[in-house]
Design a protein around this ligand. Structure first.
Ligand code: MLT
Length: 404
């Protein structure tokens, strides 16, 4: 008789965004006349930029002819895309990252969930609290997190780094030494950013204690302030301690197209073993590469026209972020984020719990957000709104919240 991976049974509830989708669907079914504004999951609403659509059309046409047809993609990604990423996202910032250190994938979510596979089951992870749930849940599935305590909503073998109002929603170096450190900046969910000097401290720490940093830079396109790094490789020494995850979802609207990239520098070694070789082996075995047409679309993101168009699109969402931030401030809410990030983090009013506020907002303003407690115990009493709605819906949502 086979046995299941019992670690899955340890996971409390369903995936955060699935729970929210179910709740909203049920409310919507009971109140079909209500116009619901969705500022919950960070899903974009603007169409793909014309340069990207053009590239997709061209690539589709290529697939229609034997001479230009493409079958399996190279498992680590097409050279044209890896070079464009290396040049534009790294070398342009002065980071020493080469095309062959980049692995193209179908999105940062998969990579952030899968990357833990190349580490031993005994490794201890450190995560921010609150945190993007994929980092913890994927380690739970791998049996790396110990037992769940429903009272504290924490795992016995996970090192939590609380990100609270007191520390400006940026973590402090952990007291216990972790093996793997997950960092996401600009942060999901709190929208906080980190300065280059602060991030340098993490890189120095990881190199000193022999930990690896898994750095999620999915939201770097939203940085507006100087001295906020777009990549961890802007820090000295990051090549020997950090893996970086990149997404095309939030900077170029690929949530429905799926494209991402992971950087594993060749200097990142455990003893003599390059993590690059392990990730290449894993990728080669379990993955057949993002589709050719999608990688061509990704290449177009770095064309002159593509760059100009996505800059406008990001500015559109940034305007939404300021609208939410300022609107909530005017309404008397305690808010942060939204300056270098598409996420706005607010304190729930009148001592409501995060889920109470979720229900309150859904029922009274027909606005959907994300309860902070869904990201971890330190998120309790907080709530996340996303700037990825349309401008009209963003304005309407803020008006409704103000009227509450
Ligand atoms: C979020 O809302 O936190 C993100 O959109 C989720 C994701 O990118 O998977």
């Amino acid at each position: 008789m086979y046995k299941i991976n019992e670690n899955f049974l340890k996971l409390p509830g369903s995936y955060l965004f699935s729970t929210i989708a179910k709740k909203v669907a049920s409310y919507s079914k009971e109140h079909p006349d209500k116009e619901i504004i969705r500022l919950g999951i960070g899903d974009v609403t603007q169409p793909l930029a014309p340069a990207i659509i053009d590239a997709l059309h061209k690539a589709v046409d290529e697939m229609a002819h034997a001479e230009t047809f493409h079958g399996y993609a190279p498992d680590l990604g097409y050279e044209f895309l890896r070079s464009a990423i290396a040049k534009n996202d790294y070398q342009a910032l002065g980071c020493d990252i080469q095309a062959d250190e980049i692995f193209v994938s179908d999105g940062a979510k998969c990579d952030s969930g899968n990357i833990q596979e190349i580490f031993d089951g005994s490794c201890r992870i450190a995560v921010c609290d609150p945190v993007y749930p994929v980092y913890v849940d994927s380690n739970v599935m791998a049996g790396r997190t110990g037992e769940y305590d429903p009272k504290t909503e924490t795992w016995s073998d996970v090192i939590y780094m609380p990100c609270t109002k007191e520390n400006n929603f940026t973590p402090e170096l952990p007291k216990e030494i972790p093996d793997m450190i997950y960092l996401c900046f600009p942060n999901n969910p709190t929208g906080s950013a980190i300065t280059t000097e602060e991030l340098q401290k993490w890189v120095d720490y990881a190199n000193k204690v022999g930990a690896v940093i898994i750095y999620d830079a999915a939201y770097e396109a939203y940085i507006t302030e100087d001295n906020v790094p777009h990549s961890i490789y802007q820090c000295e020494g990051a090549r020997t301690c950090a893996i970086e995850l990149r997404s095309f979802s939030k900077n170029a609207g690929f949530t429905g197209v799926r494209l991402g990239a992971t950087v594993v520098p060749k200097d990142l070694k455990c003893g003599d073993v390059m993590l690059h070789s392990l990730w290449a082996r894993r990728h080669g075995t379990k993955y057949n590469g993002a589709p050719y047409i999608v990688q061509k679309a990704g290449e177009a993101v770095y064309s002159e026209a593509g760059k100009a168009q996505i800059k406008e699109q990001i500015a559109y969402y940034q305007k939404n972020a300021s609208t939410i931030l300022n609107g909530l401030k005017e309404a008397g809410y305690e808010v942060s984020g939204g300056v270098n990030s598409p996420y706005i983090w607010l304190k729930t009013p009148d001592g409501m719990s995060s889920w109470q506020f979720f229900d309150f907002l859904l029922e009274n303003a027909n606005v959907v957000g994300t309860p902070g407690s869904g990201f971890g115990p330190s998120g309790e009493g907080y709530f996340r709104l996303t700037a990825f709605g349309t401008y009209e819906n963003t304005l309407a949502a803020i008006k409704r919240i103000k009227e509450l």
